[in-house]
Structures are given as structure tokens and as C-alpha cells.
Design a protein around this ligand. Structure first.
Ligand code: HEC
Ligand code: HEC
Ligand code: HEC
Ligand code: HEC
Ligand code: HEC
Ligand code: HEC
Ligand code: HEC
Ligand code: HEC
Ligand code: HEC
Length: 329
């Protein structure tokens, strides 16, 4: 009940604030045509704080597509966790302030795991914590059980989809934005320019890889493994077509190939697993996963995470055909 009341309150606040900020029709207009900042479907989030933040120091500000999010997340409270649709920067600033329990802006946006709240209370969501939760969906979980997030987060390609502000922003505009006094028309123009400069990547397709691959380097007890390469890539990529989060964060044409073909330069003709993983443990690299374990772990982690019905890990024969018995005479 408490939740329902808060929701109603929230709707009322949203409607009252600044003369109907978010009527859906207004939000539905494309960014470039919107003149009134208050009804723009995109929002710029500046690193608002006490000290002036000069351009060139720190990250580029974020142009956040409110409309895309609002369409997918049906509860405003997931993000506007206090029940008011105020800008996050009224409470979360670079230095942090009492209204935001001294949680800094950077933390409010990046915190990867936010503690669960008692029943009924909305849990605040940072940009990063919610995006991480999205990866638990079946269509994402397979690959994301084998790519390491910690690894991805160190790369600048991971920061760019959020820190996307057009480079044409001037130092003066940057300082005004951080002080919270940039005129609305400048915000609209910068947001529109940023949105129209965005390009989507075209990924390599299943046809850019082989149709089937014989994996037989260590075949000894069993026949070599006939791996349905194209069918795998096809059925995995098929599920990503309509997901804007996946599109924005899979930034390179080869990103999806590099899930399995990892740790090597991006390429349509990646090196064989055996060029790094050896069939016997190399004493100079005792921590390196053996070739057999490398195959098994990669195949099976993904199958498990995607709840693939067949093959189950223990059903050796689905992947392995027994060798014909050797003649001894
Ligand atoms: C999911 C979106 C998202 C991702 C990914 C992300 N950030 Fe942020 N970050 C934000 C938002 C939103 C803010 C607050 C507004 C702003 O300053 O742009 C912010 C603020 C910051 C700030 C403080 C403000 C400033 O300009 O100094 C730093 C530093 C920062 N991010 C660094 C990074 C780095 C480094 C990465 C990549 C490893 C990264 N961020 C990835 C959303 C993101
Ligand atoms: C995915 C997270 C998310 C969801 C869901 C969401 N918002 Fe927002 N909203 C934001 C962020 C982030 C901002 C920009 C805050 C800033 O500028 O610091 C914002 C800004 C706003 C603002 C402008 C606040 C101001 O004073 O500048 C309003 C009004 C608003 N949202 C209303 C809503 C309503 C109504 C809903 C539900 C239909 C909703 N939002 C759903 C994240 C969200
Ligand atoms: C009216 C002030 C206020 C506004 C506006 C506000 N917050 Fe908060 N936020 C707080 C307070 C207070 C806390 C600490 C209490 C709590 O966790 O509920 C907090 C906590 C958080 C946390 C938890 C961080 C952690 O590590 O536990 C996140 C994430 C967060 N806010 C994100 C946001 C985002 C995103 C917005 C804008 C869409 C926003 N907040 C708007 C006051 C505010
Ligand atoms: C409550 C969950 C949630 C929160 C919080 C959230 N996102 Fe997202 N985000 C999503 C989902 C879901 C999508 C995919 C939407 C779709 O496919 O239509 C998405 C898509 C995106 C995209 C790609 C689409 C686009 O806008 O171009 C970017 C960039 C992005 N989010 C940035 C952010 C930033 C910056 C913040 C914080 C200010 C944030 N998100 C907060 C759930 C969230
Ligand atoms: C074919 C494998 C594959 C699938 C399926 C996949 N991803 Fe990814 N994803 C990757 C790889 C590889 C990276 C790391 C990219 C890098 O290192 O630059 C990545 C990185 C990301 C990131 C940024 C890093 C992070 O952990 O936050 C996001 C967000 C993301 N993917 C979203 C999604 C979403 C949402 C889905 C499901 C709709 C999905 N991905 C499905 C391979 C995949
Ligand atoms: C689901 C994991 C997976 C994905 C995704 C994937 N591959 Fe592969 N690929 C493999 C495996 C396993 C092999 C066999 C490697 C070995 O035995 O050394 C392979 C082999 C190859 C080979 C060598 C073929 C041969 O006969 O020597 C090429 C070329 C290749 N992949 C290209 C690609 C391209 C291009 C993409 C992206 C469009 C891609 N792969 C995506 C798992 C994958
Ligand atoms: C360019 C070198 C290189 C290639 C090629 C390569 N790997 Fe790896 N792989 C590594 C490194 C480095 C690690 C991290 C150290 C370790 O666990 O061995 C690793 C780790 C792994 C792990 C363990 C991951 C974990 O979290 O425990 C698996 C599984 C794996 N690789 C499978 C494969 C498969 C399957 C292929 C071929 C499709 C492949 N690798 C190709 C370098 C490579
Ligand atoms: C990134 C995720 C992923 C990885 C890695 C992966 N698989 Fe799969 N696999 C799937 C999915 C999804 C299906 C179900 C495909 C479908 O129904 O089209 C599947 C189905 C299969 C099947 C049954 C369907 C068929 O083609 O006969 C076999 C056998 C199989 N995989 C073998 C392997 C082997 C061997 C490896 C490792 C070299 C591997 N897979 C690695 C996702 C993966
Ligand atoms: C998802 C498919 C898959 C399943 C299930 C699977 N394996 Fe494998 N296994 C592979 C792949 C791929 C290789 C590498 C193939 C090669 O080089 O011949 C491999 C290699 C091996 C090898 C080394 C090669 C050889 O011929 O000696 C042994 C032994 C092995 N597996 C045993 C097993 C056993 C026992 C099970 C059941 C508990 C099992 N595997 C289940 C995919 C699988």
C-alpha cells in the first residue's frame, strides 16, 4: 500500500513540477526537434559540485536518454528513489552533501552493487548497478559468464557510451554546467548535437566466421569435436538485435567474436585456443588453464548460464564420439 501511495505522489509531483515536465507526447518527439529543455527526452548530467570543474579534467559529461529508459523501466522509483523527480545532482554532488547522505555523484552513478532495502522501500539504482542486473537475463548471461566485467571496466571503450558528450563543448560551458547555471538552450543544443553524432557499430556477422570447425588438437580418447560455429554465433547474436544496452556497449565490430576468442587482438581470423592454452601445463606458466580445461570451461559455463537443454555437462557423448577401438594385431 505504501508503495502505491508513493507512486501516486510521484506522479503528482512529476505533473506539477515546472509546468508538466514529462507528458508522454512531448517526450516522444526526437531530441533534435525539442526546443524546451524541460520536456527534452535527453538530459545532460554535469559533474555538479562546489569547485569549478574545468574542461579537460575528469570525464566528459553524460547525455542520458530518459525516454529510452522510461520505456523499459516501468517504475520511476527505481531511479528516483526518494519519491521526488528532482535532478540527482540536487542531492548527489561531486563532493557529496547532507541531503544525499554524503554519497557522491560518482558513487550514485557507478556503484556496482546497491544494498537491498527493507520491503516496500525503493532501492536506489546507479547507472552501473542496473546495467549489471540486466546481464542476468538469459540472452546475456551465457557470454557474460565468460567475459570478465572487471576486465571490461578498465577499458576506455567501456566508459564512452555513457561519457558521450560532444567534444564541441567549450571550457566556459563546461564550467557553467558544473556550477548548475548553463542556460537551457545550450543544454538542448549540446544534447541534440551529441545524439546526432552517435553512430551504431556494425558487427561482424555469423558468416564472417567458419561454418563448422573440427576441434581435434588433443583428440586422443575421442573423435575430434565437430563444433557448429555458425549456428552458435547465429543463435547467440539473434537475441541481441533489439537490445539498445547491448548495442551501445558492444562497441567494436569484433566485440562479440572476442567473447570466445579472448585476450588476442580483435580480428576476424583469431588465433587458435591452442596457441595460448597448452595440452600439458607449461612450468613457466603454471597458472595458465590447460587446453582441455579451456574448452570444457568455456563451452559449459555458457551452456549452464543460458540453461541450454542439450548438451548437459555430464552427457559426454553429445559432444564426444568414442573412437573406434584400435586394432592390436
Ligand atoms: C553506465 C554509465 C556510466 C559508465 C559506464 C561510466 N560512467 Fe562515469 N559517470 C556516469 C555519470 C552519469 C556520471 C555523473 C555525470 C558526469 O559527470 O558525467 C559519472 C561521473 C564520473 C566521474 C566524475 C565526474 C568527472 O567528470 O570527473 C568520473 C571521474 C567518471 N565518471 C569516470 C568514469 C570512468 C573512468 C569510466 C570507465 C571506466 C566510467 N566513468 C564509466 C556514468 C557512467
Ligand atoms: C533509469 C532511471 C530513470 C527512470 C526509470 C526514470 N528517470 Fe527521470 N531521471 C533520471 C535521471 C538520471 C535524470 C536526470 C537527473 C539529473 O539531471 O541529475 C532524470 C530526470 C527527470 C526529471 C527532471 C528533474 C529535474 O528537476 O531536472 C523528471 C521530471 C523525471 N526524471 C521524471 C521521471 C518520471 C515521471 C519517471 C517515470 C515515468 C522517470 N523519471 C523515470 C532517471 C530516471
Ligand atoms: C532528495 C535527495 C536525493 C535525490 C534527488 C536523489 N538521491 Fe540518491 N540518495 C539520497 C540519500 C539520502 C541516499 C542515502 C540513503 C539511501 O541509500 O536511501 C541516497 C542513496 C543513493 C544510492 C545508493 C548508493 C549506495 O552505494 O548505497 C544511489 C545509487 C543513488 N542514491 C542514486 C540516485 C540517482 C540515480 C538519483 C537521480 C535519479 C538520486 N539518487 C536522487 C538522496 C537523494
Ligand atoms: C533501472 C535500470 C537502469 C538504470 C538505473 C540505468 N539504465 Fe541505462 N539502460 C537500461 C536498460 C534496460 C537499457 C536498454 C533499453 C532498451 O533496450 O530499450 C539501457 C540503455 C542504456 C544506454 C544505451 C541506449 C542509449 O541510451 O543510447 C545507455 C548509454 C545508458 N543506458 C546509460 C545510462 C546512464 C548514463 C544511466 C545513469 C544516469 C543509466 N543508463 C541508468 C537500464 C538502466
Ligand atoms: C556474444 C556474446 C555476448 C552476448 C550474447 C552479450 N554480450 Fe555484452 N559484452 C560482450 C563482450 C565480449 C563484452 C566486453 C566488451 C569489451 O571488453 O570491450 C561485453 C560488454 C557488455 C557491457 C559493458 C561491460 C559490462 O559488463 O557492463 C554491457 C553493458 C553489455 N555487454 C550488455 C549486454 C546485454 C544487455 C546483453 C544481452 C541483451 C549482452 N551484453 C549480451 C559479449 C556479449
Ligand atoms: C561461442 C564461442 C565463439 C564465438 C562467439 C565465435 N567463435 Fe570462432 N571459434 C570458436 C571455437 C571454439 C573455435 C575453434 C578454435 C580452436 O580449436 O582453436 C573457433 C574457430 C574460429 C576460426 C578458425 C577456424 C579454423 O578452421 O581454423 C575462425 C576464423 C573464427 N572462429 C572466427 C570467428 C568470428 C569471425 C567470430 C565472430 C563473428 C567468431 N569466430 C565467434 C568459438 C567461437
Ligand atoms: C592469445 C592468447 C589466448 C587465446 C588465443 C585464448 N586464450 Fe583463453 N586465456 C588466455 C589467458 C591469458 C587466460 C587467463 C589465464 C588462465 O586462466 O589461463 C585465459 C583463460 C581462459 C579460461 C579460464 C577463464 C577463467 O575465468 O577461469 C578459459 C575457459 C579459456 N581461456 C578458454 C579459451 C578458449 C576456449 C579459447 C579459444 C576459443 C581461448 N581461451 C583462447 C589467453 C588466451
Ligand atoms: C557463448 C555461449 C556458448 C558457448 C561458449 C558454447 N555454446 Fe554450445 N550452445 C549454446 C547455445 C545457446 C546452444 C543452443 C543453440 C540452439 O538451440 O541453436 C548451444 C548448443 C550446443 C550443442 C547442441 C546443439 C548442436 O549444435 O548440436 C552442442 C553439441 C554444443 N552447443 C557444443 C558446444 C561446444 C563443443 C562448445 C565449446 C567449444 C560450445 N558449445 C560453446 C551456447 C554456447
Ligand atoms: C559441451 C561439449 C562437451 C561436453 C559435454 C564434454 N566435452 Fe570433453 N571436450 C570438448 C571439446 C570441445 C574438447 C576438445 C576437443 C579435441 O581437441 O578433441 C574436449 C576434450 C576432451 C578430452 C581430451 C581429448 C581426448 O580425446 O582425449 C577428454 C578426455 C574429454 N573431453 C572428456 C570428456 C568427458 C569425460 C566428458 C563428460 C563428463 C566430456 N568430455 C564432456 C567438449 C565437451
Amino acid at each position: 500500500m505504501r508503495n502505491g501511495t508513493t507512486l501516486l505522489l510521484l506522479a503528482a509531483v512529476a505533473m506539477l513540477s515546472a509546468a508538466c515536465l514529462t507528458t508522454r507526447e512531448a517526450l516522444a518527439a526526437p531530441a533534435q526537434e525539442v526546443v524546451d529543455y524541460n520536456v527534452s527526452p535527453t538530459r545532460i548530467i554535469f559533474p555538479v559540485g562546489e569547485k569549478p570543474n574545468s574542461a579537460g579534467v575528469g570525464m566528459r559529461p553524460t547525455v542520458f536518454n530518459h525516454l529510452v529508459h522510461e520505456k523499459k523501466i516501468d517504475n520511476c522509483l527505481s531511479c528516483h528513489h526518494t519519491g521526488e523527480t528532482k535532478a540527482c545532482t540536487t542531492c548527489h554532488t561531486m563532493e557529496g552533501k547532507a541531503e544525499g547522505n554524503f554519497i557522491t555523484l560518482t558513487k550514485a552513478m557507478h556503484t556496482p552493487v546497491v544494498a537491498k532495502r527493507p520491503k516496500g522501500e525503493p532501492t536506489p539504482q546507479s547507472c552501473v548497478s542496473c546495467h549489471q542486473q540486466q546481464l542476468a537475463q538469459r540472452e546475456c548471461a551465457g557470454c557474460h559468464s565468460i567475459v570478465s566485467v572487471a576486465h571490461a571496466t578498465r577499458k576506455t571503450s567501456y566508459c564512452a557510451p555513457c561519457h558521450n558528450m560532444t567534444p564541441s563543448i567549450t571550457k566556459a560551458q563546461m564550467q557553467q554546467g558544473s556550477a548548475g547555471v548553463l542556460p537551457d538552450k545550450d543544454k538542448v543544443a549540446l544534447a541534440a548535437e551529441t545524439m546526432s553524432a552517435q553512430k551504431s557499430v556494425s558487427h561482424l556477422t555469423p558468416e564472417d566466421g567458419p561454418y563448422k570447425v573440427y576441434i581435434g588438437e588433443i583428440a586422443d580418447k575421442f573423435e575430434s569435436n565437430l563444433f557448429a560455429h555458425r549456428r552458435h554465433v547465429e543463435s547467440i547474436m539473434e537475441k541481441l538485435k533489439d537490445n539498445k544496452l547491448a548495442q551501445a556497449f558492444h562497441t567494436q565490430p569484433e566485440t562479440l567474436c572476442a567473447t570466445c576468442h579472448h585476450n588476442a587482438p580483435l580480428s576476424a581470423t583469431p588465433p587458435k585456443c591452442g596457441s595460448c592454452h597448452k595440452s600439458t601445463i607449461d612450468p613457466n606458466q603454471p597458472e595458465r588453464t590447460s587446453l582441455k580445461a579451456a574448452y570444457h570451461l568455456q563451452c559449459m559455463s555458457c551452456h549452464r548460464a543460458m540453461q541450454v537443454a542439450r548438451p548437459i555437462d555430464t552427457s559426454c557423448v553429445t559432444c564426444h564420439k568414442p573412437r573406434a577401438p584400435q586394432r592390436t594385431d
